[in-house]
Design a protein. Structure first.
Length: 412
């Protein structure tokens, strides 16, 4: 990659790094708002469209399934076409998805909107990761990645706050319309910016020094995908579950906002910490955080309002592992960041697709208590698989028979 003003090669300025980080989180937000805003407004949306938890879970799962199916080709496309292309198309598609939800009169239209949201989600992640690795100094990449991966709690926070503010006063459709307008602003900001999205160029595939062993990458993708299925159910069903346990809709919205704020602060703090703690095994940290989410799901399964609150806080605290995971992946696949992110996103999105629909079906046929218990079991299985992948990476497992040095992951 040739040196350009504002690129990582020339030593990015603090303002340039800050702008790139803001644009990265804004972009990933556009692909997640359709599902998390719908989840936060579930009491209103399901009542008007005549669907239950199963239908809501199917809609959320469709977004993530679409994202999983198209993630790898979208990652390769963005690797070839560059950041500006991915930024503009992803944010605009997210806006169209939200506008479609805002005008939906039938359940089928909601499903179409979720497909569009899945495309936006699949394009947003590799574009944002590519933007950060080309625009942020390595010593600050952990913090930037932690901020970028805060898009999930930010989406949940916005969704939670929209319940007692916009939805309660003007209706849930206006909340969707406001979010759609926000996505259009994000798209315009990224496309016309003179900073990183306009000048950063895609790194040639294979130009980096490190690649994770294929087998370890596959197992890690499976494990984190299963874990994502469990965690994503939080943002979709927490409000509805809390209301079912006896919490008022407004209080449930505030609970979602509080949990999202906790997760946001934790993700940023962890990103800041790993930049200063060299030599740490990031994959082991991911597994430890997954354990905390399992404890949270078990508390949610107890069903009383008090345990709902404590369990939700614990689960969202543990759901801070995604920023650490993305940081580890971009460090250990530094020659093809968008491609590697697309590979990882396939597992995360497909797992996230199975989680909400499974929990929705279980909740509708039994109860939320049983559904959260099943989610805890699924989360535990994902954590065990991630532990297995972590040991493989640490031991430098590789399918390549040629001699090779220890990867960045193995060295940590």
């Amino acid at each position: 990659m040739q040196s350009e003003p504002g690129s990582a090669v020339d030593g990015p300025t603090a303002i340039g790094q800050g702008l790139a980080t803001f644009q990265a989180i804004a972009l990933t937000l556009t692909g997640s708002l359709p599902v998390f805003l719908t989840g936060a407004l579930a009491v209103h949306v399901t009542g008007e469209l005549g669907i239950g938890p199963g239908g809501l879970g199917l809609a959320a799962s469709l977004l993530f399934a679409t994202s999983g199916v198209v993630a790898r080709p979208m990652g390769a496309l963005i690797q070839a076409r560059g950041i500006r292309f991915g930024y503009g198309v992803a944010a605009t598609t997210g806006s169209v998805s939200l506008l479609t939800i805002a005008t939906a009169q039938h359940y089928a239209v909601l499903l179409v909107a979720m497909v569009l949201g899945g495309v936006a989600n699949a394009m947003g992640q590799p574009t944002a990761n590519m933007l950060l690795t080309q625009s942020v100094a390595p010593r600050r990449l952990g913090l930037a990645m932690g901020i970028k991966q805060s898009y999930i709690p930010v989406a949940s926070l916005l969704g939670g706050l929209s319940v007692p503010t916009i939805a309660a006063e003007f209706g849930w459709r206006w909340a969707m319309a406001v979010a759609a307008a926000l996505c259009l602003v994000i798209a315009a900001t990224g496309v016309v910016s003179r900073r990183a999205p306009a000048v950063a160029r895609a790194a040639p595939v294979g130009a980096g020094r490190r690649r994770l062993p294929r087998r370890a990458m596959l197992i890690l993708t499976v494990g984190t995908g299963v874990s994502a299925g469990a965690a994503t159910s939080l943002g979709v069903f927490l409000v509805d579950s809390a209301v079912d346990s006896g919490v008022s809709p407004a209080q449930a919205g505030y609970l979602l906002a509080a949990c999202s704020g906790l997760s946001l602060a934790t993700r940023v703090t962890l990103g800041w910490a790993v930049d200063r703690l060299s030599g740490r095994n990031l994959y082991a940290l991911v597994a430890n955080l997954l354990t905390v989410t399992v404890v949270g799901f078990l508390l949610l399964a107890l069903g009383s309002p008090a345990f709902i609150v404590v369990g939700a806080l614990a689960a969202y605290l543990g759901w801070s592992w995604t920023g650490i995971l993305h940081l580890a992946i971009v460090r250990d696949n530094d020659g093809a960041v968008a491609t590697a992110t697309g590979y990882l996103q396939t597992g995360l999105a497909l797992g996230a697709a199975l989680g909400p629909i499974s929990l929705g079906v279980i909740a509708e046929s039994t109860s939320y208590e049983v559904a959260w218990l099943a989610t805890a079991v699924i989360g535990l299985a994902g954590m065990v698989v991630v532990r297995t992948a972590e040991r493989m990476i640490r031991r430098g497992v590789s399918e390549d028979t040629r001699p090779r040095g220890r990867s960045g992951a193995a060295a940590r």
